[in-house]
Write a protein of this length. Structure first.
Length: 306
């Protein structure tokens, strides 16, 4: 059972590259990243509700009023992460931001495993976990520095934005741990995923309304009709990712689960950048970036085998 989560987590991480391309198309079609994210999360909610219905576990939602309230609000982390990407990409650049997100994810997952926080089985700060996390962070740094057109220099003078990026990355494994608690309460992974996405959708809808109140451009729907079909795949990819993470964390630990999904995302992104898939800009993949991905994978292996 434990070994099964290794390829599944890698695949789920790889789907985040698909999600990024799909969301970029949806944002372009609607003219609003907030509207695009709200739509994408709505699609994920519908998919997970349908999955719960088909598996006969939709009735588990009836137990929701009896659970601890904060077990049900993990989805807020998705909204925090998405809003942070919108704010940070224009200030620090996408490559630097992603590197900081990875650092935040790994540091948070190390804390969850080390201290046994939020129901995660305490594993302590074993040398293998520390060494593996250090390798993942080194790999992330190499990916950032090795990406053509990206530079760590602008970020170094903006401590506040750097802190936000680390927090935005850190909330993702926290979300996985909180959703794992909800799964323990309800015993139905698809129902838990649906609740997480429903909360995330509501949070993003509130952000969208706030953006409109601040006179941000109004979203449009005319572009959606001519958008490629795969522009809707963001919700599917997100649903698989979220469900995989909160089911994997109790089995293989937060650091391994997060490290595997990060590795899968980076491997897939190399192909996306190299070939310009999903109508994203085609970018050369430097030797340093490839080395960073290799070091990142080595770090995940050390965590998993330690």
């Amino acid at each position: 059972m434990e070994t099964l989560f290794v390829p599944i987590s890698l695949l789920a991480g790889g789907l985040l590259a698909v999600q990024a391309g799909a969301n970029a198309q949806l944002a372009k079609a609607t003219g609003s990243p907030f509207a695009a994210t709200t739509l994408q999360l709505s699609v994920g909610t519908a998919i997970l509700l349908a999955a719960a219905l088909l598996t006969g576990t939709l009735s588990a939602l009836g137990a929701l009023p009896g659970v601890t309230w904060w077990h049900a609000v993990g989805g807020v982390a998705s909204a925090v992460y998405v809003v942070s990407t919108i704010l940070l990409f224009s200030r620090l650049g996408a490559v630097v931001s992603v590197g900081l997100f990875i650092a935040g994810q790994m540091l948070a997952s190390l804390a969850l495993d080390g201290f046994g926080l939020l129901g995660v089985l305490a594993a302590g700060f074993a040398p293998a976990a520390m060494a593996g996390t250090a390798l993942v962070l080194m790999g992330a740094a190499a990916i950032v520095l090795g990406q053509s057109g990206g530079s760590a220099v602008p970020a170094l003078s903006r401590a506040g934005w750097i802190l936000l990026a680390l927090v935005a990355g850190g909330v993702l494994p926290v979300q996985g741990a909180v959703n794992a608690l909800l799964r323990r309460d309800l015993g139905a992974p698809f129902a838990v995923g649906a609740i997480s996405f429903l909360v995330a959708t509501a949070a993003m809808a509130a952000v969208l309304l706030l953006a409109l109140a601040l006179r941000q451009p109004r979203p449009r729907l005319d572009g959606v009709t001519v958008m490629p079909w795969w522009g809707w795949l963001g919700g599917v990819a997100g649903a698989i990712y979220v469900t995989t993470v909160f089911t994997a964390i109790p089995v293989i630990g937060a650091a391994a689960a997060v490290g595997l999904t990060v590795a899968g995302q980076q491997v897939a992104s190399v192909f996306v950048d190299r070939h310009g898939w999903f109508r994203l800009p085609q970018r050369p993949v430097s030797a340093l970036r490839l080395a960073g991905v290799a070091v990142l994978l080595a770090g995940v292996a050390v965590i998993k085998l330690g």
